[in-house]
Design a protein around this ligand. Structure first.
Ligand code: S3P
Length: 427
Protein backbone atom coordinates (compact mmCIF):
# COMPACT_ATOMS: atom_id res chain seq x y z
CA UNK A 1 0.00 0.00 0.00
CA UNK A 2 1.41 3.41 -1.00
CA UNK A 3 1.86 6.03 1.72
CA UNK A 4 2.52 9.74 1.06
CA UNK A 5 4.41 11.82 3.60
CA UNK A 6 3.64 15.55 3.54
CA UNK A 7 5.49 18.33 5.36
CA UNK A 8 4.19 21.88 5.87
CA UNK A 9 4.82 24.11 2.83
CA UNK A 10 6.41 27.56 3.12
CA UNK A 11 5.29 28.86 -0.27
CA UNK A 12 4.09 27.26 -3.53
CA UNK A 13 5.37 28.79 -6.72
CA UNK A 14 5.54 27.90 -10.42
CA UNK A 15 3.75 27.21 -13.68
CA UNK A 16 2.31 23.75 -14.22
CA UNK A 17 -0.28 21.86 -16.21
CA UNK A 18 -2.65 19.24 -14.82
CA UNK A 19 -3.70 15.83 -16.19
CA UNK A 20 -6.35 15.79 -18.91
CA UNK A 21 -10.05 15.86 -18.10
CA UNK A 22 -11.29 12.50 -16.87
CA UNK A 23 -14.95 13.00 -17.85
CA UNK A 24 -14.03 14.01 -21.42
CA UNK A 25 -11.44 11.21 -21.74
CA UNK A 26 -14.08 8.58 -20.81
CA UNK A 27 -16.55 10.08 -23.27
CA UNK A 28 -14.06 10.38 -26.14
CA UNK A 29 -13.70 6.58 -26.11
CA UNK A 30 -17.30 5.63 -25.33
CA UNK A 31 -18.88 8.02 -27.85
CA UNK A 32 -16.07 7.66 -30.38
CA UNK A 33 -16.69 3.92 -30.63
CA UNK A 34 -20.20 4.73 -31.91
CA UNK A 35 -18.92 6.89 -34.81
CA UNK A 36 -18.67 5.61 -38.38
CA UNK A 37 -14.95 6.02 -39.03
CA UNK A 38 -11.67 6.79 -37.33
CA UNK A 39 -11.46 9.19 -34.38
CA UNK A 40 -8.29 10.66 -32.88
CA UNK A 41 -8.08 11.76 -29.26
CA UNK A 42 -5.06 13.85 -28.25
CA UNK A 43 -3.94 14.59 -24.71
CA UNK A 44 -6.02 11.62 -23.49
CA UNK A 45 -5.85 10.91 -19.74
CA UNK A 46 -4.09 7.62 -18.96
CA UNK A 47 -5.23 7.18 -15.34
CA UNK A 48 -6.79 4.30 -13.41
CA UNK A 49 -10.41 5.16 -14.23
CA UNK A 50 -9.93 5.96 -17.91
CA UNK A 51 -7.67 2.95 -18.46
CA UNK A 52 -10.63 0.90 -17.20
CA UNK A 53 -12.73 2.47 -19.98
CA UNK A 54 -10.01 1.72 -22.52
CA UNK A 55 -10.04 -1.93 -21.42
CA UNK A 56 -13.83 -2.04 -21.66
CA UNK A 57 -13.87 -0.53 -25.15
CA UNK A 58 -11.23 -3.05 -26.29
CA UNK A 59 -13.30 -5.87 -24.74
CA UNK A 60 -16.10 -4.78 -27.10
CA UNK A 61 -13.87 -5.38 -30.10
CA UNK A 62 -12.53 -1.87 -30.77
CA UNK A 63 -8.83 -1.83 -31.65
CA UNK A 64 -7.27 1.27 -30.12
CA UNK A 65 -3.84 2.46 -31.33
CA UNK A 66 -2.01 4.27 -28.55
CA UNK A 67 0.95 6.53 -29.21
CA UNK A 68 1.85 8.35 -25.99
CA UNK A 69 -1.24 10.27 -24.99
CA UNK A 70 -2.80 10.08 -28.49
CA UNK A 71 -5.43 7.43 -29.20
CA UNK A 72 -6.80 6.55 -32.59
CA UNK A 73 -9.53 4.01 -33.27
CA UNK A 74 -12.23 2.97 -35.72
CA UNK A 75 -15.80 3.14 -34.42
CA UNK A 76 -18.88 1.48 -35.83
CA UNK A 77 -19.45 -2.15 -35.01
CA UNK A 78 -19.14 -3.57 -31.51
CA UNK A 79 -18.78 -7.28 -30.69
CA UNK A 80 -20.16 -9.44 -27.91
CA UNK A 81 -17.68 -9.44 -24.99
CA UNK A 82 -16.34 -12.84 -23.97
CA UNK A 83 -16.61 -12.11 -20.24
CA UNK A 84 -18.12 -9.46 -17.94
CA UNK A 85 -16.86 -6.00 -18.94
CA UNK A 86 -14.72 -4.76 -16.02
CA UNK A 87 -15.18 -1.06 -15.18
CA UNK A 88 -12.87 -1.40 -12.13
CA UNK A 89 -13.62 1.73 -9.98
CA UNK A 90 -15.09 3.89 -12.75
CA UNK A 91 -18.74 4.84 -12.17
CA UNK A 92 -18.75 6.97 -15.32
CA UNK A 93 -17.60 4.01 -17.42
CA UNK A 94 -20.29 1.71 -16.02
CA UNK A 95 -23.20 4.12 -16.34
CA UNK A 96 -22.33 5.38 -19.82
CA UNK A 97 -21.50 1.92 -21.16
CA UNK A 98 -24.90 0.68 -19.91
CA UNK A 99 -26.50 3.16 -22.34
CA UNK A 100 -24.33 1.98 -25.25
CA UNK A 101 -24.79 -1.73 -24.51
CA UNK A 102 -28.58 -1.30 -24.22
CA UNK A 103 -28.59 -0.63 -27.96
CA UNK A 104 -26.48 -3.61 -29.07
CA UNK A 105 -27.81 -6.82 -30.66
CA UNK A 106 -25.89 -9.00 -28.13
CA UNK A 107 -26.10 -9.57 -24.36
CA UNK A 108 -23.46 -8.24 -21.96
CA UNK A 109 -22.58 -7.94 -18.29
CA UNK A 110 -21.02 -4.84 -16.69
CA UNK A 111 -19.06 -5.34 -13.49
CA UNK A 112 -16.37 -3.65 -11.41
CA UNK A 113 -14.48 -3.52 -8.12
CA UNK A 114 -16.05 -4.00 -4.69
CA UNK A 115 -16.07 -0.18 -4.41
CA UNK A 116 -18.04 0.17 -7.66
CA UNK A 117 -20.42 -2.66 -6.70
CA UNK A 118 -21.41 -0.59 -3.65
CA UNK A 119 -22.48 2.42 -5.76
CA UNK A 120 -26.15 2.92 -6.72
CA UNK A 121 -27.10 1.69 -10.19
CA UNK A 122 -30.89 1.82 -9.66
CA UNK A 123 -30.65 5.45 -10.83
CA UNK A 124 -29.89 4.18 -14.35
CA UNK A 125 -31.63 0.78 -14.23
CA UNK A 126 -35.05 2.38 -13.58
CA UNK A 127 -35.08 4.96 -16.41
CA UNK A 128 -33.47 2.54 -18.88
CA UNK A 129 -36.20 -0.01 -18.13
CA UNK A 130 -38.79 2.67 -18.87
CA UNK A 131 -37.17 2.91 -22.32
CA UNK A 132 -37.62 -0.84 -22.81
CA UNK A 133 -34.06 -1.89 -21.88
CA UNK A 134 -33.79 -5.45 -20.55
CA UNK A 135 -31.38 -4.65 -17.69
CA UNK A 136 -31.08 -6.22 -14.27
CA UNK A 137 -28.76 -5.72 -11.33
CA UNK A 138 -28.54 -7.11 -7.82
CA UNK A 139 -30.62 -4.90 -5.53
CA UNK A 140 -29.85 -1.87 -7.67
CA UNK A 141 -26.12 -2.62 -7.84
CA UNK A 142 -23.59 -4.09 -10.28
CA UNK A 143 -23.09 -6.54 -11.84
CA UNK A 144 -25.58 -5.37 -14.48
CA UNK A 145 -26.88 -7.79 -17.10
CA UNK A 146 -28.18 -6.28 -20.35
CA UNK A 147 -30.01 -8.20 -23.11
CA UNK A 148 -31.14 -7.03 -26.56
CA UNK A 149 -34.61 -5.42 -26.62
CA UNK A 150 -36.66 -2.92 -28.65
CA UNK A 151 -36.13 0.57 -27.23
CA UNK A 152 -38.42 3.60 -27.20
CA UNK A 153 -37.70 7.24 -26.40
CA UNK A 154 -39.25 8.88 -23.34
CA UNK A 155 -39.51 12.09 -21.35
CA UNK A 156 -37.74 11.71 -18.01
CA UNK A 157 -37.82 14.07 -15.04
CA UNK A 158 -34.63 12.99 -13.30
CA UNK A 159 -34.74 13.06 -9.50
CA UNK A 160 -30.95 13.71 -9.39
CA UNK A 161 -28.73 16.21 -11.18
CA UNK A 162 -26.30 13.61 -12.51
CA UNK A 163 -24.38 13.75 -15.77
CA UNK A 164 -23.86 10.00 -15.59
CA UNK A 165 -27.61 9.33 -15.43
CA UNK A 166 -28.31 11.93 -18.13
CA UNK A 167 -25.61 10.44 -20.38
CA UNK A 168 -26.81 6.84 -19.91
CA UNK A 169 -30.31 7.92 -20.99
CA UNK A 170 -29.08 9.98 -23.97
CA UNK A 171 -26.87 7.13 -25.18
CA UNK A 172 -29.81 4.71 -24.91
CA UNK A 173 -31.88 7.29 -26.79
CA UNK A 174 -29.51 6.99 -29.77
CA UNK A 175 -30.82 3.45 -30.31
CA UNK A 176 -34.49 4.11 -29.47
CA UNK A 177 -37.56 4.77 -31.57
CA UNK A 178 -38.61 8.42 -31.18
CA UNK A 179 -37.29 11.36 -29.17
CA UNK A 180 -35.80 11.23 -25.67
CA UNK A 181 -36.10 14.24 -23.35
CA UNK A 182 -34.47 14.63 -19.93
CA UNK A 183 -35.27 17.38 -17.47
CA UNK A 184 -32.74 17.73 -14.64
CA UNK A 185 -33.10 19.43 -11.24
CA UNK A 186 -29.66 21.09 -11.57
CA UNK A 187 -26.94 21.92 -14.13
CA UNK A 188 -24.90 18.70 -14.34
CA UNK A 189 -21.83 18.65 -16.61
CA UNK A 190 -22.70 18.79 -20.31
CA UNK A 191 -19.71 17.12 -22.01
CA UNK A 192 -21.90 14.37 -23.51
CA UNK A 193 -24.24 16.91 -25.09
CA UNK A 194 -21.35 18.92 -26.55
CA UNK A 195 -19.71 15.82 -28.00
CA UNK A 196 -22.91 14.31 -29.44
CA UNK A 197 -23.74 17.59 -31.17
CA UNK A 198 -20.23 17.82 -32.60
CA UNK A 199 -20.77 14.28 -33.95
CA UNK A 200 -23.90 15.37 -35.80
CA UNK A 201 -26.61 14.18 -33.40
CA UNK A 202 -29.89 16.13 -33.37
CA UNK A 203 -29.66 17.32 -29.78
CA UNK A 204 -31.11 20.54 -28.39
CA UNK A 205 -30.82 22.12 -24.96
CA UNK A 206 -33.33 24.54 -23.45
CA UNK A 207 -32.55 25.46 -19.87
CA UNK A 208 -32.42 22.22 -17.85
CA UNK A 209 -34.08 20.21 -20.66
CA UNK A 210 -32.09 18.13 -23.15
CA UNK A 211 -33.84 16.58 -26.16
CA UNK A 212 -32.35 14.03 -28.53
CA UNK A 213 -34.04 12.99 -31.79
CA UNK A 214 -32.22 9.97 -33.24
CA UNK A 215 -32.75 10.99 -36.89
CA UNK A 216 -29.04 11.14 -37.88
CA UNK A 217 -27.81 8.71 -40.56
CA UNK A 218 -24.61 8.08 -38.60
CA UNK A 219 -22.41 9.77 -36.00
CA UNK A 220 -19.29 11.39 -37.42
CA UNK A 221 -15.83 10.67 -35.98
CA UNK A 222 -13.73 13.46 -34.45
CA UNK A 223 -10.22 14.74 -33.84
CA UNK A 224 -10.28 16.05 -30.29
CA UNK A 225 -7.72 17.50 -27.87
CA UNK A 226 -8.75 16.95 -24.25
CA UNK A 227 -8.29 19.99 -21.95
CA UNK A 228 -6.81 19.84 -18.44
CA UNK A 229 -9.14 18.65 -15.67
CA UNK A 230 -10.65 21.39 -13.49
CA UNK A 231 -11.32 18.75 -10.84
CA UNK A 232 -7.58 17.92 -10.68
CA UNK A 233 -6.57 21.59 -10.83
CA UNK A 234 -8.88 22.11 -7.83
CA UNK A 235 -6.34 20.58 -5.41
CA UNK A 236 -3.55 22.89 -6.59
CA UNK A 237 -5.86 25.92 -6.66
CA UNK A 238 -6.81 25.40 -3.02
CA UNK A 239 -3.21 24.54 -2.04
CA UNK A 240 -1.99 27.84 -3.55
CA UNK A 241 -4.87 29.79 -1.99
CA UNK A 242 -4.10 28.41 1.49
CA UNK A 243 -0.31 28.61 1.59
CA UNK A 244 0.63 32.25 2.26
CA UNK A 245 2.88 33.96 -0.30
CA UNK A 246 2.10 31.39 -3.02
CA UNK A 247 1.66 32.16 -6.70
CA UNK A 248 0.75 29.29 -9.01
CA UNK A 249 -0.17 29.35 -12.70
CA UNK A 250 -2.06 26.35 -14.07
CA UNK A 251 -2.22 26.27 -17.87
CA UNK A 252 -4.75 24.66 -20.22
CA UNK A 253 -7.50 24.01 -17.67
CA UNK A 254 -11.02 23.20 -18.92
CA UNK A 255 -13.38 26.02 -17.89
CA UNK A 256 -16.74 24.55 -18.91
CA UNK A 257 -19.27 26.53 -16.79
CA UNK A 258 -20.83 23.27 -15.57
CA UNK A 259 -17.46 22.52 -13.92
CA UNK A 260 -16.33 25.84 -12.45
CA UNK A 261 -18.42 26.00 -9.26
CA UNK A 262 -15.21 25.80 -7.19
CA UNK A 263 -13.91 29.06 -8.69
CA UNK A 264 -17.17 30.84 -7.90
CA UNK A 265 -17.16 29.57 -4.31
CA UNK A 266 -13.47 30.39 -3.71
CA UNK A 267 -13.93 33.91 -5.06
CA UNK A 268 -16.85 34.41 -2.66
CA UNK A 269 -14.48 33.26 0.11
CA UNK A 270 -12.07 36.00 -0.95
CA UNK A 271 -9.48 33.89 -2.82
CA UNK A 272 -7.34 35.62 -5.46
CA UNK A 273 -8.07 33.54 -8.59
CA UNK A 274 -7.82 35.06 -12.06
CA UNK A 275 -8.11 33.62 -15.58
CA UNK A 276 -5.91 34.44 -18.60
CA UNK A 277 -5.43 33.13 -22.15
CA UNK A 278 -9.05 32.04 -22.57
CA UNK A 279 -9.62 29.92 -25.65
CA UNK A 280 -11.81 27.08 -26.97
CA UNK A 281 -10.35 23.60 -27.46
CA UNK A 282 -12.29 20.55 -28.67
CA UNK A 283 -15.60 22.40 -28.16
CA UNK A 284 -14.74 23.22 -24.53
CA UNK A 285 -13.58 26.56 -23.02
CA UNK A 286 -10.01 26.51 -21.59
CA UNK A 287 -7.70 29.00 -19.92
CA UNK A 288 -4.79 29.61 -17.54
CA UNK A 289 -5.61 30.02 -13.85
CA UNK A 290 -3.48 32.23 -11.62
CA UNK A 291 -3.92 31.70 -7.88
CA UNK A 292 -2.29 33.63 -5.02
CA UNK A 293 -2.28 32.75 -1.34
CA UNK A 294 -4.30 34.85 1.13
CA UNK A 295 -6.97 34.90 3.82
CA UNK A 296 -10.34 33.23 3.24
CA UNK A 297 -13.74 33.89 4.80
CA UNK A 298 -16.46 31.34 5.51
CA UNK A 299 -19.51 31.21 3.21
CA UNK A 300 -22.76 29.28 2.86
CA UNK A 301 -22.75 26.85 -0.07
CA UNK A 302 -26.00 25.43 -1.46
CA UNK A 303 -28.21 25.33 -4.56
CA UNK A 304 -27.09 25.04 -8.18
CA UNK A 305 -23.39 25.73 -7.50
CA UNK A 306 -23.19 22.42 -5.61
CA UNK A 307 -23.76 20.45 -8.84
CA UNK A 308 -21.13 22.54 -10.65
CA UNK A 309 -18.59 21.74 -7.91
CA UNK A 310 -19.74 18.23 -6.98
CA UNK A 311 -16.28 16.60 -7.14
CA UNK A 312 -14.62 19.50 -5.32
CA UNK A 313 -16.17 19.13 -1.85
CA UNK A 314 -13.34 17.13 -0.25
CA UNK A 315 -10.89 19.92 -1.14
CA UNK A 316 -13.39 22.73 -0.47
CA UNK A 317 -13.81 21.35 3.03
CA UNK A 318 -10.05 21.70 3.55
CA UNK A 319 -10.34 25.34 2.44
CA UNK A 320 -13.26 25.80 4.88
CA UNK A 321 -11.12 24.59 7.83
CA UNK A 322 -8.78 27.53 7.13
CA UNK A 323 -11.47 30.15 6.44
CA UNK A 324 -12.55 32.68 9.01
CA UNK A 325 -16.02 31.76 10.35
CA UNK A 326 -18.53 28.94 9.95
CA UNK A 327 -18.86 27.43 6.46
CA UNK A 328 -22.20 25.71 5.85
CA UNK A 329 -22.49 23.19 3.01
CA UNK A 330 -26.00 21.99 2.13
CA UNK A 331 -27.87 20.35 -0.81
CA UNK A 332 -24.90 18.00 -1.24
CA UNK A 333 -26.38 14.59 -0.29
CA UNK A 334 -24.99 13.20 -3.60
CA UNK A 335 -21.58 13.25 -1.89
CA UNK A 336 -22.66 10.19 0.06
CA UNK A 337 -22.79 8.03 -3.11
CA UNK A 338 -19.43 8.93 -4.66
CA UNK A 339 -16.39 6.60 -4.55
CA UNK A 340 -16.96 6.66 -0.76
CA UNK A 341 -19.35 8.58 1.48
CA UNK A 342 -17.62 11.93 1.02
CA UNK A 343 -19.51 13.59 3.88
CA UNK A 344 -18.79 11.11 6.60
CA UNK A 345 -15.23 10.15 5.60
CA UNK A 346 -14.08 13.70 4.82
CA UNK A 347 -15.32 14.76 8.27
CA UNK A 348 -13.74 11.72 9.91
CA UNK A 349 -10.28 11.97 8.30
CA UNK A 350 -9.94 15.78 8.48
CA UNK A 351 -11.11 15.44 12.10
CA UNK A 352 -7.98 13.34 12.77
CA UNK A 353 -5.94 16.41 11.75
CA UNK A 354 -7.89 18.58 14.21
CA UNK A 355 -10.58 19.97 11.88
CA UNK A 356 -13.92 20.89 13.47
CA UNK A 357 -16.58 19.49 11.17
CA UNK A 358 -20.17 18.62 11.97
CA UNK A 359 -21.87 16.20 9.57
CA UNK A 360 -25.43 16.94 8.42
CA UNK A 361 -27.62 14.67 6.24
CA UNK A 362 -26.86 16.73 3.10
CA UNK A 363 -23.61 18.49 3.95
CA UNK A 364 -21.29 19.75 6.64
CA UNK A 365 -20.77 22.64 9.05
CA UNK A 366 -17.08 23.56 9.21
CA UNK A 367 -15.54 25.92 11.77
CA UNK A 368 -12.41 27.87 10.95
CA UNK A 369 -9.70 28.83 11.00
CA UNK A 370 -8.34 25.77 12.82
CA UNK A 371 -4.65 24.97 13.24
CA UNK A 372 -4.32 21.47 11.75
CA UNK A 373 -1.78 18.99 13.18
CA UNK A 374 -0.14 16.25 11.13
CA UNK A 375 -1.36 12.69 11.77
CA UNK A 376 -1.85 9.39 9.92
CA UNK A 377 -5.00 9.56 7.78
CA UNK A 378 -6.45 7.35 5.04
CA UNK A 379 -7.88 7.92 1.57
CA UNK A 380 -10.18 4.89 2.04
CA UNK A 381 -9.47 4.15 -1.62
CA UNK A 382 -10.93 7.49 -2.80
CA UNK A 383 -8.54 9.51 -5.00
CA UNK A 384 -10.13 12.86 -4.20
CA UNK A 385 -10.15 12.27 -0.43
CA UNK A 386 -6.46 11.23 -0.66
CA UNK A 387 -5.49 14.44 -2.49
CA UNK A 388 -7.60 16.67 -0.20
CA UNK A 389 -5.82 15.19 2.83
CA UNK A 390 -2.44 15.80 1.18
CA UNK A 391 -3.30 19.50 0.69
CA UNK A 392 -4.45 19.65 4.32
CA UNK A 393 -0.99 18.26 5.19
CA UNK A 394 0.65 21.27 3.49
CA UNK A 395 -0.96 23.61 6.04
CA UNK A 396 -0.75 21.24 9.06
CA UNK A 397 2.00 21.34 11.68
CA UNK A 398 4.48 18.45 11.53
CA UNK A 399 4.22 15.45 9.24
CA UNK A 400 1.00 14.09 7.69
CA UNK A 401 0.88 10.50 6.43
CA UNK A 402 -1.67 9.62 3.75
CA UNK A 403 -2.29 5.87 3.85
CA UNK A 404 -3.69 4.00 0.83
CA UNK A 405 -2.54 6.83 -1.48
CA UNK A 406 -2.14 4.65 -4.61
CA UNK A 407 -5.74 5.46 -5.63
CA UNK A 408 -4.70 9.06 -6.37
CA UNK A 409 -3.60 7.71 -9.76
CA UNK A 410 -7.27 6.96 -10.57
CA UNK A 411 -7.50 10.58 -11.77
CA UNK A 412 -4.17 12.36 -11.10
CA UNK A 413 -1.05 10.33 -11.92
CA UNK A 414 1.98 12.41 -10.89
CA UNK A 415 0.13 14.33 -8.16
CA UNK A 416 3.00 14.12 -5.65
CA UNK A 417 5.58 15.16 -8.29
CA UNK A 418 3.42 18.18 -9.24
CA UNK A 419 3.36 19.32 -5.60
CA UNK A 420 7.14 18.88 -5.42
CA UNK A 421 7.50 20.95 -8.62
CA UNK A 422 5.66 23.76 -6.82
CA UNK A 423 8.07 23.60 -3.88
CA UNK A 424 6.26 21.24 -1.48
CA UNK A 425 8.02 18.52 0.50
CA UNK A 426 6.30 15.24 -0.38
CA UNK A 427 7.75 11.73 -0.21
C1 S3P B 1 -19.07 12.48 -13.89
C2 S3P B 1 -20.19 12.99 -13.29
C3 S3P B 1 -20.31 13.23 -11.84
C4 S3P B 1 -18.95 13.26 -11.16
C5 S3P B 1 -18.04 12.16 -11.63
C6 S3P B 1 -17.84 12.19 -13.13
C7 S3P B 1 -19.09 12.26 -15.34
O1 S3P B 1 -21.09 12.21 -11.29
O2 S3P B 1 -19.12 13.20 -9.76
O3 S3P B 1 -16.78 12.27 -10.97
O4 S3P B 1 -18.02 12.11 -15.97
O5 S3P B 1 -20.18 12.25 -15.91
P1 S3P B 1 -22.70 12.30 -11.33
O6 S3P B 1 -23.06 12.63 -12.70
O7 S3P B 1 -23.22 10.97 -10.95
O8 S3P B 1 -23.04 13.38 -10.34
Amino acid sequence: MTTLLIRPAARLHGTISVPSDKSISHRALILGMLAQGRSTVRNWLAAGDTLATLGAVEALGVEVDRDGDTLSFEGGTLYEPQRPVDCVNAGTAMRLLAGVLAGQPFPSVLDGSEQLRRRPMGRIVEPLRQMGVDISGTDGHAPLTIRPAALKGMTYHSPVASAQVKSAILLTGLFAEGATTIIEPGPSRDHTERMLRAMGANLTVEGRQVRLVPDHDFLTPFDLTVPGDMSSAAFLIVAAALVGGSEVRITGVGLNPTRTGLLDILRRMGAAVTVEDEDVQGGEPVGTLIVRGGDLSAVEIGGEVVVRAIDEFPILTVAATQANGITIIRDAAELRVKEVDRISLVAQELGKLGAEIEETPDGMIVSGPVRLRGAAVSSHGDHRLGMALAVAGLVAEGETQILDAGCIADSFPGFAQTLVQLGAEVN
